[in-house]
Design a protein around this ligand. Structure first.
Ligand code: 5RP
Length: 230
């Protein structure tokens, strides 16, 4: 990754961790932007912050452990105060495409239990309309060929995500189908159509979930905090 892209991500992450307070239960996102937030929270813990957290992937869980951030199971909590996570695309209505890292199902479970959901991006992820980034759809391996045909019938071209010469498997042992729809005119409607398909475990649309979006510029300067549109 170019240094400038890392810079925008890190700037956004550093702004987001300013929202973290003592005693909070946190959701830890997944990906190269969330990485910086987890590291930042780890530094705060080292300096005496008391929090507990749930991670959205095995990868983020491992990083949290390395940073000595206490992890809790869902049996011990009924909500998360704040979750900080990245996104692949954000439109002006705060519709998101997520799942580039393949963690969308866990990310959405955590987001759905979160009171204040903070999305951190480098500002190149802010788009007028979603769709340049293919929509990741997590599907059951059983009968995936049928699920693929049903998704294709919605008007996309589709590729099963691979890891080398084997299908990529999510932390939940599912496949990811990356669906290119082109420009998406109505994300909430397409989200409903995709999630209605049997065999779809979760799709990468995060609709009406983000409370704020924090965007960092690759060229430096302060992060922009965008409030949820009314
Ligand atoms: C993982 C995600 C990530 O948040 C998204 O792909 C953005 O990743 P990055 O911060 O590496 O650009 O949804 O499933």
């Amino acid at each position: 990754m170019e240094n400038s892209a890392i810079n925008g991500k890190k700037i956004a992450a550093n702004k987001a961790i300013e929202y973290v307070r003592n005693g909070m239960t946190l959701g830890l996102g997944t990906g190269s932007t969330a990485y910086w937030a987890i590291r930042g929270i780890g530094d705060m813990v080292k300096n005496g912050l008391s929090v507990r957290a749930i991670a959205t992937s095995i990868q983020s869980e491992e990083l949290a452990r390395e940073m000595n951030i206490p992890l809790v199971p869902f049996t011990e909590i009924d909500h998360l105060d704040i979750t900080i996570d990245g996104a692949d695309e954000v439109d002006p209505a705060f519709n998101l495409i997520k799942g580039g890292g393949g963690a969308l199902l866990r990310e959405k479970i955590v987001a759905s239990a979160t009171r204040f959901y903070i999305i951190i991006v480098d500002e190149t992820k802010l788009v007028k309309q979603l769709g340049r980034f293919p929509l990741p759809v997590e599907v059951a391996p059983f009968g995936w060929e049928l699920t693929e045909r049903r998704l294709t019938a919605l008007g996309c071209t589709l590729a099963r995500r691979m890891a080398g010469d084997k299908p990529f498997l999510t932390d939940n042992q599912h496949y990811i189908l990356d669906c290119s729809f082109g420009t998406i005119a109505d994300p909430p409607q397409l989200h409903r159509q995709v999630s209605d398909i049997t065999g779809v475990m979760e799709d990468g649309f995060f609709i009406n979930m983000a409370n704020i979006v924090i965007a960092g510029s690759p060229s430096g300067g302060d992060a922009r905090v965008l409030a949820k549109p009314q």
